[in-house]
Design a protein around this ligand. Sequence first.
Ligand SMILES: Nc1ncnc2c1ncn2[C@@H]1O[C@H](COP(=O)(O)OP(=O)(O)O)[C@@H](O)[C@H]1O
Ligand SMILES: [Mg+2]
Length: 325
Amino acid sequence: MSYVIQAEGLRKRFGDTQALDGVDIAARRGTVLGVLGPNGAGKTTAVRVLATLLKPDAGRAEVCGYDVLKDAVRVRAMIGLTGQYASVDEELTGSENLRMIARLLDFNRADARDRATGLLEQFGLTEPGGRAVKTYSGGMRRRLDLAASLINRPEVIFLDEPTTGLDPRARNDVWDTVREVVADGATVLLTTQNLEEADALADQITVVDHGRVIAEGSSAELKSRIGRQTLEVRAAEPYRASQLTAIVAELTGLHPTVQEPSGLVTVPVSDPTLLSAVVRRLDEADIVAAELALRMPSLDEVFLTLTGHPAEEADTESVPERTPA
Ligand SMILES: Nc1ncnc2c1ncn2[C@@H]1O[C@H](COP(=O)(O)OP(=O)(O)O)[C@@H](O)[C@H]1O
Ligand SMILES: [Mg+2]
């Protein structure tokens, strides 16, 4: 089987909440699958099913070819899990935590020490490795969690929102470690609410909302699915901004957005030949453009188009319109 993680038709209900409403997931060996969705989308529930911690009401899932229900013990031997469940002991040092987990995984004392030392080094934790975990920053803590999940060299790693709440620098450190793990041959399923994170790390992205998959593909595929790009233009002389906006409005028949104070005018365009028309009109009007570009939509714009709501401010009251896939 070419998919290391494969799930079909997963359903799970908690009381009145249909947390998973028929979810399909597939990740190829040695890749990062990003499961992207707002709070409450069903991401953690899906990870718990795949990690054998939760029985689905319906559907089936295999990890490394083993059924998560029938072969749960084998699945557990293949996976590492981190995120909301990682349980390192605050009072112990980083090194003690890793050695303890290694011992629980049947490493002998010397092997446990070597593995702990190696992982601390790999994750830039050699110095703090000798300190109690309660003294760690959020980023160090996440990296230790990730290291702990890798002790038995799992083939498949589940990272449930590994960077939520981290500052950008700590987040970048976690991203680097994820890239290293994948370079070493592991397959990673990473959940995130953050589009930039999915864009940065994921080979394939499965977008979930309200327990359903609403889109999937690479970041570029999802962006091109929208079928339009964004025109960005800014006048070198700020006082020409309103004239510039009027020209763009006339050419596109749309109301451009003007960012203040930069004066950057943006508008969605579906006709790529529009760019040359804009250039001609600016030339005629003697407006010098300081910036002029067509760019692909951001994943934020993709998410908004697909779901009718922004990714990070899910409106659970409204039932979003679903764009046909
Ligand atoms: N154990 C549970 N009991 C009741 N409701 C739950 C439970 N776990 C999750 N839910 C609900 O299921 C939905 C999906 O939750 P979850 O999978 O945690 O979403 P996500 O991880 O994407 O934020 C949410 O509405 C959540 O409140
Ligand atoms: Mg969650």
